[in-house]
Design a binder for this molecule. Sequence first.
Ligand code: B12
Ligand code: SF4
Length: 525
Amino acid sequence: MVSLRYLLSFGSARRSSRTMAAMPAVVLSTINARYVHASLGLRYLAANMGELRNDTTIVEFVLGARAADMAEQLLAQRPRIIGLGVYIWNVEETTRLAALLKAVAPEVIVVVGGPEVSHETDAQRLCELVDYVVTGWGDLAFAALCRKLLAGEHPEGRIVAGGQPALAEIRLPYSEFTEEDLALRFVYVEASRGCPFKCEFCLSSIDKTAWAFDLDAFMAELEALHSRGARHFRFVDRTFNLKTAAGLRILEFFLERLDDRLFVHFEVIPDHLPDKLKAGIARFPAGSLQFEVGIQTWNPEVQSLISRRQDNARSEQNLAWLRRESNALVHVDLIAGLPGEDLESFGRGFDRLYALGPHEIQVGILKRLRGTPIARHTEAYGMRYNPDPPYNVLQTGCIGFQDMQRISRFARYWDMVGNSGRFRRALVLLAGAAPYARFMQFSDWLYASTLKTHEIALERLFEHVHAFMTARLELAPQAVSDALLEDYAASGARGRLSFMPGHVARRPRASATDRAALRQARHLP
Ligand code: B12
Ligand code: SF4
């Protein structure tokens, strides 16, 4: 076994010290959304390779890497089998990668697995291109398949059902995190798998229930990670607060180890926060605890249509409690474009949530994930989805395409202005007493003025917000400037803004044709 087990790559290649003699038979790979996201799924597969573990290596990439570069790096390992983890965010890139791999090295067996290829395999080019598709859990199934393939057996059928072994049979993967992972990346951990709820837009709704890993064994792994220096933990449990006793024990573990660097992230359901959990939560200092809370919609009819059970009154009380009594960072998810929900209802929901003061409102556009039961509403509710990833809804019976475009831009701009935390003082003025309506007005105006939703420099964004609030909303210019200047200073940026005192207007930027003429002139003698 060579010492460097992981060859991490993000765009540009990092060289492995691996020698030709130590080439692994199996390479596990995936394209992560960003470098900070270390793949937990691959680490499970690697940890469960048994006698093949020393003959297996992990090579991770990040979105943006070129298919040819990734293929080159994978093939440089001279593997006999390449296993690729496929998710909604990487399926297009993985398809291009698999096509190249099969074109230049058809003898290398390519196996894919992961949530994106666990359903509707017939409809996917990627599944046609590769040799095997493992659906569902791959922890033990991948190793079993590799054993057969390396022994020269060829399993019948290209689609292999992963199966769901008892959790006790699965080796926990946490020793697979390297020192680099612990220092620089999120450490994903999992105390339970699956979800007992049935929200139809979510892939976890097809799980029969939630299964808990042996808590003692899991706590021992947390302890080992913590002693190795891990401080940034993200729980992938669908609903962390399902079992109070287990949740409390995990919270206590972190409370006993609080330090300046500790950061723990949990996904929680909003209507279940027993007093014991609250007492634990309240003891975390600022900056150490983060909750992602799914509200998705407040509309009871829509909730029942998509089989989401949620006690709105209790959710509201719990969110208010979190903001009032705890230091936890609270990020709340709302979905736009659910069947039966129009813009007005979405807007009312946004305002209701805004009033509760979460740190972030994450507005997501509904996606029709492969395998999710939401598909049953397609005809009756006029749902039209993007046929390509991320399968976002383009229009519904209640929201036309143009309005869906508006809400998508609203979500993007809200991220830049509302969620970024850079406009805290100005946002209060901008939102006024009607946050949704005001912000939608801003969003429409900003898009009409810039035709951009990306690549707006921070200074320009401050100037746009200033222009909108003074010229469009006709708010008192001094109050607007004061709020924005305070926000700008707090953001740490040190540029110049057009509404700063003593600002001298810049000469208008030369047009593209003027700049081309200037450039040509520079070549003249
Ligand atoms: C961490 C995470 C992310 C991270 C990215 C992580 C990364 N590596 O880059 C972030 C936060 C960026 C993210 C974002 C999104 N995510 Co996300 N995310 C997750 C989460 C919470 C954990 C994934 C995980 O580690 N699971 C634990 C491991 C053990 O499970 P696993 O990854 O599924 O792996 C198992 C099997 O799939 C299989 N397997 C995996 N790889 C391989 C490879 C081979 C060869 C084989 C044989 C088997 C196999 O075996 C593994 C062990 O059983 C899951 C929910 C969940 N709890 O799983 C959602 C989930 C993966 N995300 C999902 C979605 C929809 C999104 C978003 C689109 C959400 C949105 N904004 O609307 C975005 C898209 C991001 C983008 N840039 O476009 C869906 C995925 C649907 C899909 N078809 O891929 C999930 C399942 C949530 C859900 N319940 O619906 N996400
Ligand atoms: S949205 Fe949350 S509660 Fe609903 S099924 Fe998915 S993971 Fe479970």
